[in-house]
Design a protein around this ligand. Structure first.
Ligand SMILES: [Zn+2]
Length: 228
């Protein structure tokens, strides 16, 4: 192996101040063909590693270190939420081990803190309502479904070719901005939303409310007066 390459083999190789999510972030994977012995007894195997800011880490050690990091941060529950989310939303065909690994990747990259993440609003509305409350929410109508969606201002700022992810169908399509969530909410937040009709009141279909309705509280907290 290249002697300039720094390999981290155990937690002892990392000083406490450097043991951070940022430093352990998975930059890319590496595979090194290895061999020992000679002739007929020569054995071959592969070394699977991860390149991080601190150096290379064998893949299985990377998962041990990052699980420890999550534990140190007291974020096991947050990891459990990511696993639940991934199981339901994206990786239904994967084994539980694969889902856990994927969730650890997302956790180390702090995806739940990134307003550009397409699941930022629904994930945080469900598991971290205080983050959802503070989000810069914009209501849009995607061309694909013609339904109202809540997205973040950051998603709009970063949208390329004027397209944005549609939470209803999962496609990326052009969109029209309908309005922004007003904070603190005015006396009738329904007026900020394109679904309010002066005669009919709220006309948003029930299925859209969990995503798009400014009155729909996270985690089934505060209920709409009309539902009572
Ligand atoms: Zn759509």
């Amino acid at each position: 192996m290249n002697s300039l390459r720094k390999e981290i083999k155990t937690l002892q190789d990392i000083d406490a101040a450097s043991f951070t999510f940022e430093n352990l972030r998975w930059k890319y994977g590496v595979f090194r063909p290895m061999s020992s012995g000679a002739g007929r007894n020569k054995k071959h195997w592969g070394w699977c590693g991860v390149v991080t800011a601190l150096g290379e880490v064998e893949e299985k050690v990377w998962y041990q270190l990052t699980e420890q990091l999550i534990k140190n941060a007291g974020e096991q529950q947050l990891l459990a939420h990511l696993i639940e989310w991934e199981s339901e939303c994206g990786y239904t065909k994967s084994s539980s081990d694969e889902v856990r690994k994927e969730a650890i990747h997302l956790h180390v990259s702090r995806i739940f803190d990134d307003p550009e993440w397409i699941h930022y609003l629904p994930f945080n509305k469900r598991y971290r309502p205080e983050i959802w409350e503070a989000a810069h929410i914009v209501y849009v109508r995607n061309e694909c479904c013609q339904k109202v969606s809540a997205v973040t201002q950051e998603q709009i700022d970063r949208s390329s070719y004027s397209i944005i992810y549609c939470p209803h169908c999962g496609r990326w399509s052009r969109f029209t901005i309908l309005g922004r969530r007003v904070k603190p909410e005015g006396p009738n937040p329904c007026l900020d939303c394109d679904c309010y009709d002066p005669d009919m009141g709220c006309t948003m279909p029930g299925i859209d409310k969990s995503y798009a309705c400014p009155l729909e509280a996270p985690n089934g907290g505060q209920r709409r007066a009309s539902d009572a």
